[in-house]
Design a protein around this ligand. Structure first.
Ligand SMILES: Cc1ncc(COP(=O)(O)O)c(C=O)c1O
Length: 456
C-alpha cells in the first residue's frame, strides 16, 4: 500500500450496531446529520473519547474534527470536567429547585460577557433561541421575525425556513409540520445584505419584533459578516423598535473567552449561548439587559420553564469548563495550533478545492473546518438544495470516506509525509486571511484593551 493511501478500517461491530439502531431509532440516529446522508461514508458508532480522539465500537482511533459540534472545546473526558461530574453524581443529579451552582455559572458567564445582566438557563440551543424569540415578541408586542438564509437557530418552528445546517444539507427549505400561519411570521433576508433588511423594516412598519443573526455564520460553511453588517442591524433594530438577538450558540466562548460581539462593536438586546457553556452536557442560556429579561416568568408574563433547566450535573460541567477558559494564552494557543494544521491541510488540498473563503474557516477548526464549502450563495430558495459538504482533507488522507472524523493513522501518515508528526486536535481558532482583515483589525484593537466598551 502506498504511503498516502488510507488503511481500510474494520467497522464490523459499528455496522452491526447501526443496523440495530435503524430498527429502533429514526434513521438510526437522534439528530439527522449523524446519519451521514449528505456527506457519504458510514455513520460512526462511538464508544468513548479522550482528548482529541474518539474510539469507535471496533476500537478504531479517530481524530475528532467535530468535537460534538463545537461543545468539546477542551477535548473529550477533560479531567476537571470529568471529576466535577463524577463528584456531583454522588450528590444527586436533579433536584428540581435552585442550587448555588446555577448562580456560579451565571456569574462566570456575566464576568465574561458583562452586558448579559441576567440569564436564564435552558437545556438546548433550540430552547434558548425559541425562548429569546418569545421574549422579544412579548416585550415588543409584535409578531414578525427577520432571520437570514443559511443561518441555523435550532429546530423551533419559527426558524426552519431556508435555514442552514442539516436542513440545507438535506435540502429541506421549508419544513412540513410548521403551520403556514407561523411560517408567515418569519421573513428571510440574505446574510450580509443590510439593504434587504432595511426594505423589510420599511414594508412591515412597527410589526417586526426581532432580528436574529449568527454573528459569524457557521451553519453554511463559515461566512464572516461584512464590515458594518452587524452594526447596521444594531442601528436598524434600534431605529425601528425591534430587538436584536445575536445567536452565539456556536461562537460563544469559541473564538475568545466570551462573546464575539465586542469584536464587531455591538451589544445585542438578547444573546443566546449553548454548546461550550455546558462542557458537553445539555446546557444553553439566553440573556440580556435586566429590563428585558425581567419580562420572563416569574417576574413577568412571558412563560418559559424547564424540569431539568439548571441541572446540577450540567452546571458542574459548565463551571469546570469555563474555569479553564480564562487561562492566559489559551485561545492564542488554540489559534496557533489550528492555523498550523489548517495550513498543512490546505496545502495538501487539490487545487480545484482550494478557495480563499476556506481560509476564514479555520477559526472554527471543528465541523466548520471540515464542512467548509467553496461557494455557498443562499440568495435564492432553489439554491438551498443538496449542499454538498465536503471535507477539506485530500482524498488520500481518507477524509472522503470519513468526513466527520478521519482515521488517525491516515493523518499521522500525512503528517510524516509532510516531514512532521501531525497531531491535529480539537479547537476553535483564529487565522489571517485577507477577507476577514476587518475582523482581525478589531480583534487587534481588542487585544490592547481587555475590557472594551461597545462603541454603539
Ligand atoms: C447557531 C446555532 N443556534 C442554535 C442551535 C441549536 O442548538 P441545539 O442543537 O443545542 O438545539 C445551533 C445548533 O447547532 C446553532 O448552531
Amino acid at each position: 500500500m502506498s504511503a498516502t493511501q488510507p488503511t481500510p478500517r474494520n467497522n464490523r461491530r459499528s455496522r452491526e450496531i447501526f443496523a440495530e439502531a435503524e430498527k429502533v431509532l429514526v434513521g438510526g440516529v437522534n439528530s439527522p446529520v449523524r446519519a451521514f446522508r449528505s456527506v457519504g461514508g458510514e455513520p460512526l458508532i462511538i464508544e468513548r473519547g479522550l482528548g482529541q480522539f474518539l474510539y469507535d465500537a471496533d476500537g478504531n482511533q479517530l481524530l475528532d474534527f467535530v468535537c460534538s459540534w463545537g461543545a468539546m472545546l477542551l477535548g473529550h473526558a477533560n479531567p476537571a470536567v470529568a471529576a466535577a461530574v463524577a463528584d456531583q453524581a454522588q450528590k444527586g443529579t436533579s433536584y428540581g429547585v435552585t442550587t448555588e451552582l446555577e448562580v456560579r455559572l451565571a456569574q462566570r458567564i456575566r464576568q465574561a460577557i458583562p452586558f448579559l445582566e441576567k440569564v436564564r438557563f435552558v437545556s438546548s440551543g433550540t430552547e434558548a433561541t425559541m425562548s429569546a424569540l418569545r421574549l422579544a415578541r412579548g416585550f415588543t408586542g409584535r409578531d414578525l421575525l427577520i432571520k437570514f438564509e443559511g443561518c441555523y437557530h435550532g429546530h423551533a418552528d419559527s426558524f426552519l425556513s431556508q435555514a442552514g445546517s442539516g436542513l440545507a444539507t438535506l435540502g429541506i427549505a421549508e419544513c412540513p409540520g410548521v403551520p403556514q400561519a407561523l411560517a408567515g411570521l418569519t421573513l428571510n433576508a440574505p446574510y450580509n445584505d443590510l439593504a434587504a433588511v432595511e426594505k423589510l423594516f420599511g414594508a412591515h412598519k412597527d410589526k417586526i419584533a426581532a432580528v436574529i443573526v449568527e454573528p459569524i455564520a457557521a451553519n453554511m460553511g463559515v461566512v464572516v459578516p461584512a464590515q458594518g453588517f452587524l452594526q447596521g442591524l444594531r442601528e436598524l433594530t434600534r431605529k425601528h423598535g425591534a430587538l436584536l438577538i445575536v445567536d452565539e450558540v456556536i461562537t460563544g466562548f469559541r473564538l475568545r473567552n466570551g462573546s464575539v460581539q465586542n469584536l464587531f462593536g455591538i451589544e445585542a438586546d438578547l444573546t443566546t449561548l449553548g454548546k461550550i457553556i455546558g462542557g458537553g452536557l445539555p446546557v444553553a442560556a439566553y440573556g440580556g439587559k435586566a429590563e428585558i429579561m425581567d419580562r420572563v416568568a416569574p417576574l413577568g408574563p412571558v412563560y418559559q420553564a424547564g424540569t431539568l433547566a439548571g441541572n446540577p450535573l450540567a452546571m458542574r460541567a459548565g463551571i469546570a469548563t469555563l474555569a479553564q477558559l480564562s487561562a492566559p494564552g489559551l485561545y492564542e494557543r488554540i489559534d496557533r495550533k489550528a492555523g498550523r494544521n489548517f495550513g498543512r491541510c490546505h496545502s495538501r488540498m487539490p487545487e480545484n478545492r482550494k478557495n480563499s473563503r476556506l481560509r476564514q474557516c479555520h477559526r472554527f477548526a471543528g465541523h466548520a473546518f471540515l464542512y467548509a464549502r467553496t461557494r455557498y450563495q443562499l440568495r435564492r430558495r432553489k439554491e438551498i438544495r443538496h449542499q454538498a459538504l465536503y471535507p477539506i482533507l485530500p482524498k488520500h488522507a481518507g477524509a472522503r470516506r470519513f468526513p466527520c472524523a478521519v482515521p488517525v493513522r491516515s493523518i499521522l501518515r500525512l503528517g510524516r509525509s509532510l516531514g512532521r508528526r501531525h497531531r491535529l486536535c480539537d479547537t476553535s481558532s483564529a487565522g489571517k486571511s485577507s477577507q476577514n482583515r476587518h475582523f482581525l483589525g478589531r480583534e487587534k484593537s481588542y487585544a490592547g484593551n481587555r475590557n472594551p466598551r461597545s462603541s454603539r
